[in-house]
Design a protein around this ligand. Structure first.
Ligand SMILES: Cc1cc2nc3c(=O)[nH]c(=O)nc-3n(C[C@H](O)[C@H](O)[C@H](O)COP(=O)(O)OP(=O)(O)OC[C@H]3O[C@@H](n4cnc5c(N)ncnc54)[C@H](O)[C@@H]3O)c2cc1C
Length: 407
């Protein structure tokens, strides 16, 4: 029996468990560790933050995936690992030893050292944080009723990357709920997105990105671009625009400030010198193992996988995390059964990227074609159901899948 320890029940870790249970039954003991006893679809966190989906629609118990005869689940926080001693330390349990380790600890919000961002802006990097944002928005609407201060009706999103744009779209969908709560007209709910770059959504062609930006603007979202955030204070952000003598300083105020300027990999990965990580991401070998430790795999958002042609690592996405999880399960099953790693290295081929702007609007590219509007939105939802299927199988799609597509 080989002992495999998997850290993190996100897309990457849960995919390894799901596949390995099928492939190496009887030859492996799997231990899965996560601080939560549920898996959440991180790709839909913005919908929980806006309140357009309840947390129960984007999460399900880890117990639904594991086969107790093969896998033991430990709910605890990983505090570190020793790749030489082959042990993992946990906050509330004894250390675990392993034959093979899979590090899949995912992402956290990245503030890039902006003063006050950690203290005064709301991060959106896990289910608890997303729920906290929705609760906060509703509380601010209640405060408006008492004070009539319009800053309570203002939602500021810091960062107009993929996540910031998707969030702005669902916040626009949520306007009616917020306005009803505050007792105002939905048009009084102001949504402002502040972004340093002037060329938004660089993952798309300029034409498609402009389309997306115009959809967002059409929803009454104000986009402040070319604005480099310098400081966050309670209910206020300060930014600079322009260069050299032309540089100007601007401010905006509002009682809800949400931070979506980017993410980095787990701080546990960053802290381990053996992983030589930058922003919590480590470059794995072409078999997704840690350089110099071929019994430890590193996958998902904590891995910076380089494309064969070099350049910049692939963007970290659920799609590549699932691909890595499947590859690692195959590689592990081969090692356990045949004593050797797979001959073929990990290869990634993107199926495409689709950004949603609220429930019914989206845009993106897939399989060499660009899509817009309703078709793109349906495609996005099908990809989400597909990823539910790929992690959890048909049962999860039946339970959590969006067959209504337009909830
Ligand atoms: C709003 C939003 C929209 C997105 N949209 C898309 C999209 O459309 N398409 C796409 O492909 N990708 C999208 N992404 C990116 C995608 O969500 C991530 O790339 C993906 O979640 C990474 O998967 P993962 O398994 O590596 O990590 P995660 O999903 O972050 O899972 C990590 C797991 O590790 C656990 N964990 C972390 N630290 C510890 C610890 N110390 N101890 C124990 N457990 C721990 C966490 O609880 C979690 O369960 C989106 C992300 C966001 C935020």
């Amino acid at each position: 029996m080989k002992k495999v320890v998997v850290l993190g029940a996100g897309y990457a870790g849960l995919k390894v468990v799901h596949e390995l249970q099928k492939r190496a039954n009887g030859q492996v003991e799997i231990t899965l560790v996560d601080k939560n006893n549920y898996h959440y679809e991180a790709t839909a966190l913005h919908e929980v933050a806006a309140g357009t989906l309840p947390p129960s629609k984007i999460s399900y118990p880890v117990a639904d995936i594991i086969k107790p005869a093969v896998t033991t689940f430990i709910q605890d926080e990983v505090t570190g690992f020793d790749l030489d001693d082959k042990t993992v330390s946990l906050k509330n349990h004894d250390a675990l030893s392993y034959d093979y380790l899979v590090i899949a600890l995912g992402f956290v919000s990245e503030t890039f050292g902006v003063e006050g961002a950690e203290e005064y802006a709301l991060p959106m990097a896990n289910l608890e944080q997303a729920e906290a944002i929705h609760t906060h928005i509703l509380k601010m609407m209640d405060e408006y009723k008492k004070t009539q201060d319009p800053d309570y009706l203002k939602l500021i999103v810091c960062g107009a990357g993929f996540t910031g744009i998707e969030l702005a779209g669902v916040l626009a969908d949520g306007r009616k709920e917020y306005a009803d709560r505050a007792g105002v007209n939905p048009s009084q709910i102001k949504i402002e997105v502040v972004e340093a770059s002037t060329r938004l959504l660089p993952m798309f062609s300029e034409k498609l990105a402009n389309y997306g930006v115009n959809v967002v603007k059409g929803l009454g979202v104000e986009l402040v671009t070319g604005a480099r955030i310098q400081k966050v204070e309670p209910d206020k952000i300060t930014y600079t625009m322009g260069k050299d003598e032309e540089e100007t300083t601007g401010t905006t105020t509002g009682k809800t400030i949400i931070w979506t300027t980017g993410v980095s990999g787990s701080p546990i990965v960053q802290a381990d010198e053996a992983l030589k990580a930058r922003r919590g991401r480590s470059i794995p070998t072409d078999h997704l193992t840690v350089e110099g430790h071929d019994d430890a795999y590193i996958i998902g958002d904590v891995a910076a996988v380089m494309p064969p042609e070099g350049g910049r690592p692939y963007p970290t996405t659920a799609q590549i995390a699932l691909g890595m999880g499947k590859y690692v399960a195959e590689d592990l099953a081969n090692r356990i059964k045949n004593g050797s790693q797979l001959a073929k290295p990990f290869v990634y081929k993107s199926l495409g990227t689709v950004a949603s702007v609220g429930n019914t609007r989206a845009f993106g590219e897939a399989m060499g074609h660009e899509y817009r509007g309703y078709v793109a939105s349906a495609l996005k939802k099908m990809i989400a159901n597909e990823s539910l299927y790929r992690v959890g199988g048909a049962g999860q799609v039946l339970r959590n899948g969006r067959f209504d597509l337009y909830h």
